[in-house]
Design a protein around this ligand. Structure first.
Ligand SMILES: [Zn+2]
Length: 199
C-alpha cells in the first residue's frame, strides 16, 4: 500500500544505520516511519524529516505487520523554538498510534506554519493585525497551548477537577497518569513538577 499524506515530524531516533521517525500524519494519525540509511546517504530525504518539520510524505507499507517506509518527503515548514518542541513532545506523549485526529493535526500545523504565532510561557499570541479587540500590547492572546491541546484530546481543563480532592482549581496535568492535580495535591503527592504539565 502507498499513502500520500501530510505529516509533522515529532521525533527521530537513530537505529544503527537507519533512522526511525515518529510522525503525526493527517490521514493515519501517529506512525513510526523507517527511512533506510537516512544518515548514510547525506540524504535529500533526511533534511525533509528533521523534527518539528511539516512535510508532504509518501509512505509505503508492504503488509499489515510491516513498518511504514518513508519513500519520499518534502518539507514545507519547520519551527524549532523551545516552546514548539515542548508542544510536539506533549502531543507525542498524548497520542496513540494510528488514530487520526484532524483537530489536533490542524492545531499543530498552525503552530509550525504560522510564523506570526509567538509564545510566552503559557500563552500563544497572534501578532497579525486584527480589526477587533486588541490587548494594550497589540497582541491577541489565543490560548495556553496546554489547555488547548488537552481540550482537543477530550480532557477539557474547564470541566476538570483534581483527581485527589476534586478541587476545580487545577494546576497540573500528568500525561503519564492522565489526571489533573491541584497545587496542594501535587505537593502532597510528591510527583515531581518537571514531570507534570503546568496549566
Ligand atoms: Zn487536589
Amino acid at each position: 500500500m502507498e499513502y500520500i499524506t501530510k505529516g509533522i515530524i515529532l521525533d527521530k531516533k537513530e537505529k544503527g544505520e537507519d533512522s526511525e521517525f515518529i510522525i503525526f500524519t493527517e490521514d493515519l494519525g501517529k506512525i513510526y516511519g523507517q527511512a533506510v540509511s537516512a544518515r548514510k546517504i547525506t540524504s535529500k530525504l533526511a533534511s525533509h524529516l528533521e523534527p518539528a518539520s511539516f512535510s508532504q510524505l509518501r509512505l509505503i507499507k508492504k503488509s499489515f505487520k510491516d513498518d511504514f517506509k518513508i519513500a519520499d518527503a518534502l518539507s514545507e515548514a519547520r519551527k524549532t523554538d523551545a516552546e514548539t518542541i515542548k508542544i510536539l513532545e506533549f502531543a507525542n506523549q498524548m497520542t496513540p498510534l494510528l488514530q487520526p485526529d484532524q483537530s489536533l493535526f490542524a492545531f499543530l500545523k498552525e503552530i509550525i506554519k504560522n510564523k506570526s504565532l509567538v509564545y510566552s510561557q503559557r500563552t500563544i499570541y497572534d501578532q497579525r493585525p486584527t480589526y477587533g479587540q486588541r490587548t494594550t500590547s497589540g497582541q491577541e492572546a489565543i490560548c495556553g497551548w496546554q489547555k488547548k491541546i488537552l481540550k482537543i484530546l477530550g480532557f477539557d481543563p474547564n470541566e476538570a477537577a483534581c483527581d485527589f480532592c476534586s478541587s476545580r482549581d487545577i494546576a497540573y496535568f500528568s500525561s503519564q497518569d492522565i489526571m489533573f492535580l491541584c497545587r496542594l495535591c501535587q505537593k502532597k503527592s510528591g510527583l515531581p513538577e518537571e514531570k507534570l504539565l503546568s496549566l
